[in-house]
Ligand binder design. Sequence first.
Ligand code: EPU
Length: 420
Amino acid sequence: MQKIIINGGIKLKGEVKISGAKNAALPIMAASLLAQSECIIHNVPRLMDVATMGKLINYLGAEVKGIEENNTISINTKALVKSDAPYELVKTMRASVLVLGPLIVRCGEAKVSLPGGCAIGARPINLHLMGLEKMGAEIKLEHGYVRLKAKRLKGAKIYLDISTVTGTENLMMAAALAKGVTVIENAACEPEVVDLANFLNKMGAKISGAGTDVITIEGVDSLKGTEYRVMPDRIEAGTYAAASAITEGDVLLKNCMPRHLDAVISKLRETGAEVTEEADSMRVKRKGRLKASDVKTLPYPGFPTDMQAQFMALMSLAEGTSIITETIFENRFTHVSELKRMGADIKIQGNTAVVKGAARLSGAPVMATDLRASASLIIAGIAAEGETEISRIYHLDRGYEMIEEKMSALGAKIKRVAAS
Ligand code: EPU
């Protein structure tokens, strides 16, 4: 077990290069199962979740190269030997469920452990299953696994009650090789869905409408391997932007796409940060006290739930009271009690947090509870006076590439040590 120690009170300054998006790389890796030849994927972040997805597709019979060493990986799925995603892998990463769509069309069957709840909510996959059933899959639940069988899936009209991100991705992947046309209504509009659609289209799929709430997929008979570059991680970019704002910093974020961050940028400006946007970079500067600002998480293009914890750290140092409402996940406030240990004044009422800005935060021993909560504690720690010690940092390694190195290069005093 390791922990992170931060000596706070530093203003971040300099440049940081944003990595490829975890939540685009994972579905793209799963989608490579649909080709019967090699896919080369660039700008893949070196993260624990990517390694887990690599392990899973390797278990299924794919040859995966480069995952430990660099940001370009090769996946060759010529010969799949298995069609199941075992509990041991799914329990460490919910996104393993993304192999469900590819496996059912590639193998005619799939057996995937039901992911169960996690730290941020119940997170069922009923909508993934409903869509696949509409396309003709036979579904059985037994012994904690969902088993699917189908000859060739048929195109269908699918309405999603909730615009689920990985649900939309699973259905898009399955529909790419189904017979006929599939229309997904109330589809997720997240940029990662668009990145996956672009990858699939490069493989030979016929998908239109990705990025809107109606996606149309004309099924094709086969897909071929391709080469592709994963989009930049908008949540990593948002996290560094928040880190600059909370520390009265001046940080240039390179290799990012500010147009994916409209809601976050607009909120940062409300807090008093100065944000300058270029096509593939942005600069975030702030001087003086932050101003309070209310936030409600919503599906894209609304304010992302994956930025809620980091924004709350920011608001805990703002002048005035902010109301932060979480509408996507029912249990995504586990960072609150940890921020309170650092002196934040936050009260939770249902899915709303009332944050009364304090003049200062003070370093304390805290515990990371999920990936974005960990990021929130890191930025709070950099802004706080004194030493913050963050334990359970394995959550952080799931989603932030080289965070200590990147924060250190911006001037933060942060190090990883073995926990006693
Ligand atoms: N939902 C259902 N039924 C379903 C699917 C979803 O009720 O069949 C509900 C969920 O319980 C939740 C809501 O729909 O309340 C939205 O969840 P969604 O399915 O969109 O989330 P996800 O696809 O499981 C992805 C990201 C998350 C991110 C959410 C929301 C990946 C691999 N994960 O999860 O990322 O928070 O979308 O934007 O893309 C993270 O990176 O830290 C992370 C948690």
